[in-house]
Design a protein around this ligand. Structure first.
Ligand code: FBP
Length: 269
């Protein structure tokens, strides 16, 4: 863990990462509720809102993002977080695995990334391989001085077959995933909402000063979403990494305005 208070991906110690890797992870189905969101430039533009401290993109979209900035003289785009690994819903696998498509070197030297992101599926039969992949990523990130955001999503056979854990959002599983972020050397860990403030508190209790952000999840009402976000912030959470709750809205600006108040100004929406 490094001190990332000066990183452009944080503001007042917190972050709002606009995640837009869903075309990889889920496919175009996630754009159906708001067809304009299939156009990357539409979402790049959403990322210009002051509340957004980073936009998380796969390599191909990251290249597109830099092109869009240049062609349109955009100077207020969100800092770029390059997501180094990912996998599609089309893959036939025995268990969860997320291969790397981008190196830290390419992300920083070619794409001028302000941060990098990596998904870890602890609990999968491929966990060992992912730990090895992540070790290389984390050490290269240290060489380049860029923060590491770990999408820590424990899932797979180890959890499905366990008698101890009930599933991915079991508070014990989420807290374990968060702790792995600390142990493996992430600077921010991104976790699923475990369903309650107590669950988030349990996670905060085991990560020391490591920054934590809540994963947005499927789209819900402004009120329900803000309630979840506030419940994490109240017990030490550091913000959000969110996709569908933003880009599936016809006009995400009012929600982003409220999130800005809650996350960075420590005030109720
Ligand atoms: P959402 O806010 O839309 O849930 O996005 C967060 C995120 O982590 C994305 O970066 C990623 O594409 C997606 O969730 C993966 O979710 P899952 O693996 O649970 O389907």
């Amino acid at each position: 863990m490094k001190d990332i208070e000066d990183s452009p991906i944080t503001r007042n110690g917190n972050s709002l990462i606009l995640a837009y890797d869903h075309g990889t992870e889920h496919g175009p189905v996630d754009f159906e509720p708001m067809p304009a969101s299939a156009d990357p430039t539409h979402v790049f533009d959403v990322g210009r809102h002051d509340a957004v401290t980073a936009i998380a993109l796969q390599k191909g979209l990251a290249e597109y993002y830099r092109l869009w900035e240049t062609e349109n003289d955009v100077e207020d785009g969100a800092p770029l977080l390059v997501k180094l690994n990912g996998n599609s819903n089309l893959a036939a696998r025995e268990d969860y695995y997320s291969p790397k498509q981008c190196s830290v070197q390419y992300a920083v030297e070619e794409l001028d990334a302000a941060a990098i992101g990596y998904t870890m599926y602890a609990g999968s039969i491929h966990e060992d391989e992912m730990w090895t992949d992540f070790r290389e990523v984390q050490e290269a990130a240290r060489d380049y001085g860029v923060p590491v955001v770990l999408w820590s999503y424990p899932r797979g056979r180890g959890i499905q077959e366990s008698e101890e854990y009930t599933g991915q959002t079991d508070p014990d599983v989420v807290a374990y995933g968060a702790r792995l972020g600390l142990e493996l050397g992430a600077d921010v860990v991104k976790c699923k909402y475990p369903g309650s403030q107590e669950g988030w508190q349990a996670l905060e209790d085991v990560v020391g000063e490591l920054k934590t952000v809540m994963s947005g999840g499927s789209k819900r009402s402004d009120e329900a979403f803000l309630d979840d976000v506030s419940s994490t912030l109240e017990v030490g959470g550091n913000g959000l990494a969110v996709g569908r709750n933003i880009f599936q809205r016809e006009n995400p600006k009012p929600l982003l305005d409220k999130l800005e108040t809650v996350i960075f100004e420590d005030r109720s929406a």
